[in-house]
Design a protein around this ligand. Structure first.
Ligand SMILES: *Cc1c(COP(=O)(O)O)cnc(C)c1O
Length: 398
């Protein structure tokens, strides 16, 4: 008999759990897009988004997913034939580079593998070697969602400054925004990309590009920017339709308004602290389980781990069999091991990820950990004892 009937829990690293407040806000009939409440509400989203990103800079919103945000950021800053430097710490740096190549941009890769953050020394050396300043931008992933590694954006900025290089610093915060501490202005980030379906708790469909005055100057220097991606009318609209280059994503905006209200009420510092404590509880359980079995955190140093997603190694076929068991028998969906092995390689079945971004609290995490432990027992996967009590102690503030 399956014990999965009841509220399902999607614990993958995006889309994340949608709060009832967000769903309720979206459940309404179509609003007038020419005048009235929607227009005022949309203007009010902008300062609240900027506050989450910790910037006094500009914001452009797109009807798109994260891939759209990647394309938008590049379309406004780098011309075809120009070069970007891409430090990759997992699947997502390579994804952004693919998008750049599709725009005719030359990509110089710095690959840090699947278990390490950006090494600022290697980045600095690559920038120093670029004596002609051909590199127009550094495309850094703050949290790589496939490996769950967290890179130090402050150190990346310092490496660029030490090299005296004028490239723009762009950060992909699609996984990390409103989960891991991020300070766009204080950390000297020129362009930051995000999307609605992760820490922002809204269904997929909205992409955000935050940009500094320096990035706006790069936009102004380009001979042309494709009309749809151009961030200038979106960030400084004279007419309402210009925010979105056409019809507004009406219901997503209501959802986003509700989510930003929740974020404002809880406070961004508190949200970061909540993600930190819940992540440490998950790591404590995984450490205990790993003492007596094959489970291993992909990133061994806690200082280098994301608080939004945790990538785990458990050996084939346990990763896939565990995911299947917890979904079918317990109503919990875990993330696949993205980019860790090729899908046709048997080793592919040896990984999984826990998403813990956004609208997640202690009982959800304890429930997820509890059914993972039940899955270990049901599938005879060896594991150390005491995982749940280790997590509970972190929850209790020990
Ligand atoms: C999810 C994610 C993306 C891609 O977002 P899509 O909405 O799937 O296009 C890019 N970068 C990071 C770090 C992500 O977590």
């Amino acid at each position: 008999m399956s014990l999965s009937q009841g509220r399902p829990y999607l614990a993958i690293p995006g889309p994340s759990v949608m709060p009832e407040e967000v769903l309720r806000a979206m459940h309404r009939s179509a609003p007038n897009i020419y005048e009235g409440a929607l227009i005022e509400m949309t203007a009010g989203l902008i300062p609240d988004l900027a506050a989450v990103a910790r910037t006094k800079g500009h914001v452009a919103i797109y009807i798109a997913n994260g891939h759209g945000a990647w394309e938008a950021a590049l379309a406004n800053t780098v011309a075809a034939g120009e070069r970007v430097l891409v430090p990759a710490t997992g699947r997502f740096g390579h994804g952004w580079a693919e998008v750049a190549r599709g725009q005719g941009i030359e990509t110089q890769m710095l690959d840090f593998g699947k278990r390490a953050p950006v090494d600022p020394d290697r980045l600095e050396a690559a920038l120093r070697a670029d004596t002609e300043h051909k590199i127009k931008a550094v495309l850094a992933t703050h949290v790589d969602t496939s490996t769950s590694v967290l890179s130090d954006v402050v150190a990346i900025r310092a490496a660029m400054d030490a090299a005296g290089h004028p490239a723009l610093l762009m950060a992909d915060c699609i996984a990390s925004l409103a989960c891991d501490r991020f300070e766009m202005d204080a950390w000297g980030v020129d362009v930051m990309v995000a999307a609605s379906q992760k820490g922002l708790m809204v269904p997929p469909g909205l992409a955000f590009v935050f940009f500094s005055d320096k990035a706006a100057e790069a936009r102004a220097a380009l001979p042309n920017v494709s009309r749809y991606w151009d961030w200038t009318p979106r960030a400084t609209p004279e007419m309402f339709y210009q925010y979105f280059g056409g019809t507004a994503p009406t219901h997503h905006l209501y959802g986003l308004r509700a989510a930003l209200d929740m974020i404002t009420a809880e406070g961004i510092e508190t949200i970061w602290a909540r993600h930190d404590q819940l992540a440490r509880a998950i790591w404590a359980a995984c450490d205990a389980w790993g003492e007596g079995g094959p489970l291993e955190l992909n990133i061994s140093d806690p200082a280098l781990r994301s608080r939004a997603v945790t990538a785990l190694r458990i050996g084939a076929p346990h990763g896939s069999s565990l995911r299947k068991w917890v979904e079918q028998e317990a109503g919990l969906t875990l993330g696949i091991g993205l980019g860790m092995a090729e899908p046709n390689d048997p080793a592919w079945h040896g990984f999984f990820r826990i998403g813990h971004m956004g609208h997640v609290n202690a009982h959800m995490v304890m429930g997820a950990l509890g059914v993972i432990e039940a899955g270990f027992a049901a599938l005879d996967i060896p594991h150390g004892a005491g995982g749940l009590s280790a997590a509970a102690r972190v929850m209790a503030g020990d």
